[in-house]
Design a protein around this ligand. Structure first.
Ligand SMILES: C[S@@+](CC[C@H](N)C(=O)[O-])C[C@H]1O[C@@H](n2cnc3c(N)ncnc32)[C@H](O)[C@@H]1O
Ligand SMILES: [Zn+2]
Length: 330
């Protein structure tokens, strides 16, 4: 049964400007946004960002690249009752899929550790699947959920209908993140970075903005994955029509060094379900054996950071200080 709200609360639009700034001007640490009527308006560039169905539309239309426009149309979900129900309950889709989700979320929880974070900011979060998973394990009083697609973002209240938290929903482009760096609010990107034209460039832009903690969970590449990609067995065109950009962990390490971030890295092998289904049925003993082999490979591979998925925590080096205005407009 569809339920939009129960214990879920919303951050007031006025208060959202303590956390969000204009994606075009990126003025920090004081936001240039002002809440007026049905808009957030930038005091600097005068851009008006509408608020529709409780979702702050923080995308500056002039900066959308062709790739992002394609991605946007590929991710628009018609908001039928059936679709809402389906996407709000992604955690019930497949036991096989959840086997790997559990591993990714567990590594994330380790990274979030006992740090006194007051909330979490999830980007590219679609209907908020990963937030639901995280909230099953740890309470965060304030949660930000953002995606390129407004329709996906408007499903989040259904996904989190049983969560006891406060949410702030906004649309944003990962290349123009409108978040004011805040030590108490780590950024999480779960399986969305690979939808950008260049995962590394998008990540670098975020590091330039000096976010304190960036977590991401993404498919990664190495010589073996590159070989599979050449055979057409990996990195294939996705549901949205975009060829994914799997992240190179060696290059992530180089960026971390350049921008003075500590890098915490875990990898797992996650084999897409469609491949496994060619060999065996769901719940069969063959599947159980294969999962044991895959998990063993993950454990061994992790020692060398060799896998098909990476769970990464980039933590700013505390000796860095001060803000500079980074203008993505150029
Ligand atoms: C594979 S889905 C993942 C959604 C969610 N994190 C999950 O695991 O269910 C990828 C998401 O990335 C979003 N996305 C793609 N390009 C983006 C961009 N440039 N900025 C923000 N989000 C983007 C899509 O709209 C889509 O919801
Ligand atoms: Zn502005």
């Amino acid at each position: 049964m569809l339920k939009k709200t129960s214990s879920l609360k919303y951050l007031s639009f006025g208060k959202s400007t303590s956390f969000l700034t204009c994606p075009r001007c990126f003025i920090v640490p004081e936001s240039s946004l002002q809440y007026k009527g049905a808009f957030l308006i930038c005091k600097s560039c005068k851009q008006k960002y509408p608020i529709k169905k409780r979702v702050l539309q923080l995308i500056y239309p002039g900066a959308l690249s062709r790739q992002v426009r394609n991605e946007l149309s590929g991710n628009e979900i018609p908001l039928t009752r059936k679709n809402i129900e389906r996407f709000a309950t992604k955690d019930k889709w497949s036991k096989y899929y959840n086997h790997f989700v559990d591993q990714k979320i567990n590594y994330l929880m380790e990274g979030l550790g006992h740090r006194n974070f007051r909330g979490i900011i999830s980007l590219g979060s679609g209907p908020g699947f990963e937030i639901k998973e995280i909230l099953k394990k740890r309470h965060f009083p304030l949660v930000f959920s953002s995606d390129l697609a407004p329709s996906a973002t408007s499903i989040v209240p259904y996904t989190l209908s049983n969560a006891n938290t406060t949410v702030c929903l906004f649309t944003s482009d990962l290349n123009y993140v409108p978040i004011i760096p805040n030590k108490s609010y780590p950024i999480l990107i779960y399986e969305a970075l690979h939808h950008t034209k260049s995962s590394l460039k998008t990540l670098e832009r975020m590091m330039q903005k000096k976010y304190f903690d960036i977590f991401f969970v993404e498919p990664c590449t190495n010589f073996f994955i590159r070989f599979l990609a050449k055979l057409g067995l990996a990195q294939r065109v996705e549901y949205s029509g975009v060829r994914p950009d799997f992240i190179d962990l060696v290059k992530v390490g180089e960026l971390a060094k350049k921008y003075k971030y500590k890098l915490h890295l875990n990898t797992i092998w996650d084999i897409p379900e469609e491949y496994i289904r060619r060999i065996c049925k769901e719940g069969s003993w063959v599947e159980s054996v294969l999962l044991i082999i895959i998990d063993l490979s993950s454990k061994v591979g992790n020692l060398l950071n060799w896998g098909s998925f990476a769970i990464v925590h980039l933590q700013i080096n505390e000796t860095r200080s001060g803000y500079r205005i980074y203008s993505p407009r150029k």
